[in-house]
Design a protein around this ligand. Structure first.
Ligand SMILES: C[S@@+](CC[C@H](N)C(=O)[O-])C[C@H]1O[C@@H](n2cnc3c(N)ncnc32)[C@H](O)[C@@H]1O
Length: 284
């Protein structure tokens, strides 16, 4: 394998921070070296300096996309962090159902802001469908919700849009009865049924950009992505999220994440299942 020099790693650290806001500390050189090894071969570069030159000169339009796809950590699974889903079923969803019943024609809007391969937003589509069915709620339907899911990586979005998962991926966090009810089997793979897949709009989006374009949301998932960001970008994301979250909206972050910087914009709501955040009065 071609070795990554200290100087080359330094240049990659800066490149990645600039393009994605991801902070790679000095212990992550091995990660960059191994994740970019295949790309180095595919792009016929002899060493990492040649790859850096390609990035700098923009001579291959796809190279930036490929580097971002290779560097980002896309780990995800169905119904990740049980507490988040309990908060949704016990607190958020009942409130939204009451709201829909009162004011028809208003869509409840959800954003999965670092969607990866789609398990997070599709888990929500499944959860809402199950809730409505199990509670025999017939005057509210999944059509009353709008689902938007974004990620910086185009590769994960392609997988998410297809909704097609291999036998290992489908098992991670998803019960067999839900798998059988919501997915069709295609040889060894499982494909989310079209009627659920079509509910979600997947778009490429960098959290470094302005959020205003997306409109206001009733629920934002920003889970397990902020941990990779620089402190400056993390604070910026909190500020921007506070401006696109409705006054009664919920923000969910990862179960293991704690950021004091979000307290400027959000009020913490601790439940027995976990914590969710609402916009602070002054930010509304
Ligand atoms: C670890 S996954 C989390 C997936 C899901 N939210 C979950 O909790 O299971 C983090 C995702 O954040 C995305 N990401 C990283 N930097 C980003 C940025 N600047 N803008 C948007 N998405 C980003 C990565 O591509 C990756 O798919």
């Amino acid at each position: 394998m071609v070795a990554l020099s200290k100087q080359e790693y330094y240049l990659f650290q800066h490149y990645i921070a600039r393009k994605c806001g991801i902070k790679l500390d000095d212990t992550k050189a091995y990660l960059v070296e191994s994740r970019l090894a295949k790309l180095l071969i595919d792009s016929k570069c002899e060493n990492f300096s040649e790859l850096l030159l390609l990035l700098e000169t923009n001579s291959d339009a796809n190279i930036e996309i490929k580097v971002i796809d290779a560097i980002t950590t896309n780990e995800t699974y169905w119904f990740r962090d049980p507490g988040s889903w309990k908060i949704i079923t016990e607190e958020w969803l009942p409130q939204k159902i009451t709201e829909i019943k009162k004011r028809k024609n208003v869509k409840i809007r959800v954003w999965s802001a670092a969607a990866s391969t789609g398990q997070e937003i599709y888990s929500l589509v499944i959860l809402i469908s199950e809730y409505l069915k199990n509670n025999e709620i017939s005057d509210v339907s999944i059509d009353d919700f709008e689902f938007i899911a974004t990620d910086i990586s185009t590769h994960v979005l392609t997988i998410a849009r297809r909704g097609r998962y291999d036998p290992i991926t489908i098992m991670r966090g998803l019960k067999a009865d839900l798998r059988d009810a919501y997915f069709d089997r295609e040889r060894t793979a499982w494909v989310l049924k079209e009627e659920y897949r079509k509910r979600v709009r997947f778009e490429q989006f960098n959290l470094q950009n302005s959020f205003i374009f997306w409109g206001k949301f009733d629920l934002i998932f920003c889970r397990n992505v902020l941990i990779y960001f620089t402190d400056a970008l993390r604070s910026e994301v909190f500020e921007k999220a506070a401006h696109v979250l409705k006054p009664e909206g919920f923000l969910l972050i990862g179960a293991a994440e704690i950021y004091y910087s979000m307290e400027d914009y959000f009020q913490k709501n601790i439940t027995s299942y976990g914590t969710y955040f609402k916009v602070k009065e002054a930010t509304k």
